[in-house]
Design a protein around this ligand. Sequence first.
Ligand code: MN
Length: 157
Amino acid sequence: MYIKICLAILLLGSGCTKNISTSMNTDPTFPKGNKVTNNNFVGNVYVQMFAQKDTVHNVSLGSVTFEPGARTNWHSHPGGQILMVTDGIGYYQERGSMIRKMRKGDVIKCPHNIEHWHGASPTTSVTHIAISTNTQLGEAKWIRPVTDEEYNVKIID
Ligand code: MN
């Protein structure tokens, strides 16, 4: 009898442990996607698109993951863009402004036609959902890479 109770507790215990480990699952909500191979980015960047614009929705959206040091080139969006950071620590900068740190949970609205770039911090990767709004106004305009001098400035938290 005593042995049976111990066995039941043991089985129950292992079951509970399994449930706890499942609830602490750290898998990302969305897939990392495919590695970007075009020249609009520097470093290792992955994109998973979720939706393209269509006749009903004038937005396109996807998840972008930047490995440490990776970033977009300077660019602008005729219809604006919204970034929602889902993981990690990254940088966002608009022309003429200081670099802003972006962290998991941050939402950044990029005004239309404002030159800017976004990417990971030098030591930590970042993932954000990028929503291109008002896509009827045109595609992103790509300018030039962010130089190491521009990227490696001291950031004040
Ligand atoms: Mn952008």
